[in-house]
Ligand binder design. Structure first.
Ligand SMILES: Nc1ncnc2c1ncn2[C@@H]1O[C@H](COP(=O)(O)OP(=O)(O)OP(=O)(O)O)[C@@H](O)[C@H]1O
Length: 271
C-alpha cells in the first residue's frame, strides 16, 4: 500500500520517531507518489522578537490535499506563503521536488506553485485579459478554445469572457482568479481560505473544482481553512498549527483524537 509521511516538528531532529508519524494515504494504484514539498526547520520571528514560526518540519506528499487549520495568528498563512517565496525564511529551507526553492527562478516557481487568496484580486480588463496574462508573460498566446477550457475547469461558462471584475460577484471573481492561476499550468495550488468570503453555493462550487483538480489531474493542494467541516470534506491529511508549531497531523476523520490541549480546545470551540 502506498504511504506518505507528514513529519512532526520533532522528527527532523529525531528520525527514530519518524515511523510513528506516517500517515497512510488511500491506495491510488500508482505506488509511492513521492514528496512534493519538504519543509525543514522553518522559523520566523517578528520585528519585535516574538516567534511566528517555531521550526516547521513538514513533508507534503505528491497528489494530496493537505489542510492546515489552527487558531487565528498561529502562522497558517505564513507557512503557506513560504511555499512560493512570498517571504523568504531567514532560517530553514523549503524544497520543491527536491530542490531548494531559493535556487529556482521566482517567477518559474510561482507558475508551478499557484496561489489563491481569501479575497480575489483581478487585474484591470476583462476575464479573458486576466486569463491570458500569465501565459503571455512566457510568450504563449492562449486560443479562445483554451480560455473556454480554463473557464469551464473553474466552473464558469463562456459568457464570462468579456465581463470585467466590477460586473462579478466575489464568488465569480474567485473562480476567475482560479482560472487565471490554472492558465499557468501549476503543479501545486496554495489556497489561503479561498472560500471564506463566499456564500455556501459558491463555496461548494470552489470545493468541487479543488477536488476535481486533485482527483483528475493529481494536483497537489495545500489549503488553509478556518472551517473544520470544509477540511473534513476535502482534505486527505490535516495539520494543526498552534503558536507557530505543528502540534498534530491527523486524518480528517480522526481530528477528534487530537491530544494537544490548545488543538483540542480549538477543535471543540470550532464545533
Ligand atoms: N508582516 C508581518 N510582520 C509582523 N508580524 C506578522 C506579519 N505577518 C504576520 N505576522 C504575525 O504572524 C503571526 C502569524 O500570522 P498568520 O497570518 O500567518 O496567522 P494565521 O494563522 O494565518 O492567522 P489567521 O487565521 O487570522 O489568518 C501573527 O501573530 C501575525 O500578527
Amino acid at each position: 500500500m502506498p504511504s506518505a509521511s507528514i513529519l512532526h516538528p520533532d522528527s527532523f531532529q529525531d528520525e527514530a520517531r519518524e515511523h510513528l508519524l506516517v500517515v497512510d494515504m488511500p491506495p491510488d494504484g500508482e505506488g509511492d507518489r513521492g514528496t512534493k514539498f519538504r519543509v525543514r526547520d522553518l522559523k520566523k520571528v517578528s520585528d519585535a522578537g516574538t516567534p511566528i514560526l517555531n521550526g516547521i518540519n513538514l513533508d507534503v506528499p505528491k497528489g494530496v490535499i493537505l489542510g492546515i487549520i489552527g487558531p487565528s495568528g498561529s502562522g497558517k498563512s505564513t507557512v503557506l506563503r513560504a511555499l512560493n517565496r512570498l517571504w523568504e525564511p531567514p532560517s530553514g529551507t523549503v524544497f520543491l521536488d527536491g530542490r531548494d526553492i531559493c535556487d529556482l527562478d521566482v517567477l518559474a516557481l510561482r507558475r508551478k506553485v499557484g496561489m489563491l487568496f481569501q479575497i480575489p484580486v483581478l487585474f484591470e480588463g476583462t476575464v479573458a485579459d486576466n486569463i491570458r496574462y500569465g501565459p503571455q508573460l512566457r510568450g504563449k498566446k492562449l486560443s479562445d478554445g483554451e480560455i473556454y477550457k480554463l473557464l469551464s475547469l473553474a466552473d464558469l461558462d463562456s459568457s464570462f469572457l468579456s465581463k470585467t471584475s466590477g460586473e462579478m460577484s466575489v464568488g465569480q471573481a474567485q473562480r476567475v482568479a482560479l482560472a487565471r492561476t490554472l492558465a499557468n499550468e501549476p503543479e501545486v495550488l496554495l489556497l489561503d481560505e479561498p472560500t471564506s468570503a463566499l456564500d455556501p453555493i459558491s463555496t461548494q462550487n470552489i470545493e468541487d473544482v479543488i477536488v476535481k483538480l486533485n482527483k483528475k489531474q493529481g494536483m497537489t493542494i495545500v489549503m488553509v481553512s478556518h472551517s473544520i467541516k470544509q477540511i473534513q470534506r476535502i482534505a486527505d491529511v490535516v495539520c494543526l498549527l498552534v503558536n507557530g508549531e505543528i502540534v498534530e497531523v491527523l486524518e480528517p476523520d480522526k481530528l477528534s483524537e487530537a491530544k494537544h490541549p490548545m488543538a483540542l480546545r480549538f477543535l471543540q470551540l470550532s464545533g
